[in-house]
Ligand binder design. Sequence first.
Ligand code: ADP
Ligand code: ASP
Ligand code: MG
Length: 476
Amino acid sequence: MKFGGTSVGDAECIRRAADIVVRTARERPVVVVVSAMSGVTNRLVAAAQAATTGQPNVASELSASLREQHTAAAKVLVANQDHQSALVNDLERIINEVASLCQGISLLRELTPRAHATVSSIGERLSARLMTATLGELDLSSRAVEATDVIVTDDQYLQAEPLMKDVRQRAQAVLQPLLEEGVTPVVTGFIGATVDGVLTTLGRGGSDYSATTLGAALDADEIVIWTDVDGVLTADPRLVPTARLLREISYNEAAELAYFGAKVLHPKTLRPVVESKIPVWIRNSFAPENLGTRITAVGHPTEHGVRAITAIPNVSMITIGGRGIVGVVGVAAKTFQAVASVRANVLLISQSSSENDICLIVESADAPATLKALRAAFAADLVHHDVEHITVNADIAIVAVVGEKMRGTPGIAGRTFSALGRSGINIIAIAQGSSEYNVSFVVDAKSMRDAVAVVHDEFKLHEVSSPAQNALHDQG
Ligand code: ADP
Ligand code: ASP
Ligand code: MG
């Protein structure tokens, strides 16, 4: 069971989450994975960055705010005075660690990826202690486990990839014995470590990935991701208030939604479970009586195929254009080599021969480095005017229409684009993967919200869809 930031956001939430754990753990073994309390990781990252400018009060302000939030929760959650002071001391030790780290960063005025990972991991280390103590308070035997002892990863410190064979071995060695003794392990989400024990993180929002990685390593019966919405909805409820809960979707659909910006799941969440077919539930920790969404190998496809609409803001489109682009072998290869050299993640690619251009979309944070690498790679072509321009548009968003059964259902792209046309929304670029699980397109950032709403409406996603979904609902 993984609890996200809002699900452990304050004492009351931690208590609610702990109640869920206790109820389940009475019936069968549970491994708990926790995120940092909401807002904490953002504050840690901001502090690490501020420290590089040499600002004097960063460390003390950060430790004061961490202390306030976590110690306050500890005092509410743990009544036993001895247990409470042991917990507060433990929290204090970790807070002092991050304060020293920030001081070090201020002195060096440099933030290495390793230091960045270590600072940003502090939130999970604190929340795991709070959760463990709360479970103890509820008479459940539990132990805080550092993911650095279990989740072995490569050395991409801020986007680490778990090494599944090693993780499996460690999980069997570290977690399995606890489970057999009736102890509930509480593992820090988001964090891993290289084979040499250097701390890494799995990328922002990565606790979902921690949960499925551990679930797969332990051959879990199921994985439950507890969050602050009822499950996976037909759209982000913040964009489309009429978005409806999807009772069951497939791994492919969930992965596609996550990839195209549905924040409810980290993009890599489903990877570890595809082979073992372990079901993953997304449920609301604030309304545990609701069933949530079940993600399985088959899902419950609807007839018209479209399941959900999603959007990615904060992306930039880079266009490489010129008459030399058409029919020249190797332009695409050169482009993607340049992009890969700065490790930018390409979210969408579109090439048009009539417009003589290739456009690709990357996260806006990656755009300056990508642009620089492309200008260097095409320096000679720019001089010879084979490539006439390389430009960036940062005012855009990607919208994606997702569904497994879209494959082989004609007319979905047509309906999507007609609906957008009728609403006067201009489409800047279009892409469809050959998997046909999605059609994605690029619009002006300011049209993103309307585009999602218009397509959601066109496919009537606010209406309860197939009888199969209802039957599933009724079965409970
Ligand atoms: P957690 O802290 O539990 O990991 P996140 O904030 O990362 O939670 O993800 C949950 C949020 O994802 C929801 O509050 C919701 O606004 C957003 N979201 C985006 N797209 C969807 C979607 N299709 N279905 C459900 N939630 C979505
Ligand atoms: N706390 C981390 C983050 O905010 C990981 C997570 O919540 O999944 O990115
Ligand atoms: Mg999340």
